[in-house]
Design a protein around this ligand. Structure first.
Ligand code: BTN
Length: 253
């Protein structure tokens, strides 16, 4: 295990060989009081979960599949911005690890050449007015090869190895935890506004044609920004639309 230069993220570290989902495991231990900053990492997930009820491929030792427990004091309304923060922090970390061309796809996938290298699933456990805890699940494809991917993923998934970038999992994890802690502290001191600005700079979507599948409709337009709540702004022929939830595809130009 590489030496992690963090104050509290990863100081409590749970390492598992095999689990259904580190997010589910983290939820269980958070319910019984695991402290903020606890990291649960598994070599393999049998039931890795993604956003919108999708599954997340997590084969043995081919990536970093882990969850971080947070106990933030801000309102549950702010949690979607925590997800944007995670995307910013992980993108910065990946740039530091040599994957210099990756960028964020709204809200929080990280892509290289339009293929996904990281997925983030933030799960909130809260009452109406107070956050109990947040589980931030991060999956980073490291040594995954094309051969391991089912047919439908070959065109849309990538990894450090597939991009010919060499990096050790331990170093990537250490860098990611450092960046996450840095940004988490900065949010508690300066709020989310600077993060929203950084998100735009690190995004691979700005000013590109996108197709949005929102809950009740599908439309096309140009991604032009983020509002202060982290909603995506898409310019269409009917004016500017705000995307609060759903899925966005970057269309090939
Ligand atoms: C997505 O692509 O929609 C999000 C994927 C999140 C995957 C990570 S891997 C660690 C953690 N445990 C899970 O079951 N999911 C997250």
């Amino acid at each position: 295990k590489a030496q992690v230069q963090t104050e509290f993220f990863g100081k409590q570290f749970i390492y598992l060989e095999k689990i259904d989902s580190t997010n589910t495991y983290a939820k269980k231990i958070a319910d019984s009081g695991a402290p903020e900053g606890t990291v649960v990492l598994a070599e393999e997930q049998r039931g890795g979960r993604g956003r919108l009820d999708r599954s997340f491929l997590s084969p043995f030792a081919q990536g970093l599949w882990f969850s971080l427990i947070l106990r933030p004091s801000f309102s549950p309304m702010e949690v979607s911005k925590l997800t944007l923060m995670a995307a910013v922090a992980v993108t910065k970390a990946l740039h530091r690890c040599g994957l210099t061309e990756c960028g964020i796809k709204w809200p929080n996938d990280i892509l290289v050449h339009d293929k996904k290298v990281v997925g983030i699933l933030t799960e909130l456990h809260a009452s109406a007015e107070k956050i109990n805890y947040v589980v931030m699940g991060i999956g980073i494809n490291v040594s995954l090869t094309k051969k391991m991917l089912p047919r439908e993923l070959k065109r849309i998934v990538t990894s450090f190895a597939m991009e010919n970038v060499e990096a050790l999992r331990a170093d990537i994890l250490k860098t990611v935890l450092e960046e996450l802690e840095h940004y988490y502290i900065s949010v508690s001191e300066n709020g989310f506004a600077p993060i929203i600005e950084e998100w735009k700079v690190l995004s691979c979507m700005m000013n590109r044609e996108v197709e949005v599948s929102a809950i009740d409709r599908i439309f096309k337009g140009k991604a032009v920004g983020l509002d202060e709540d982290g909603n995506l702004l898409v310019e269409t022929n009917k004016g500017t639309e705000r995307v609060l939830a759903g899925d966005v595809h970057v269309r090939p130009l």
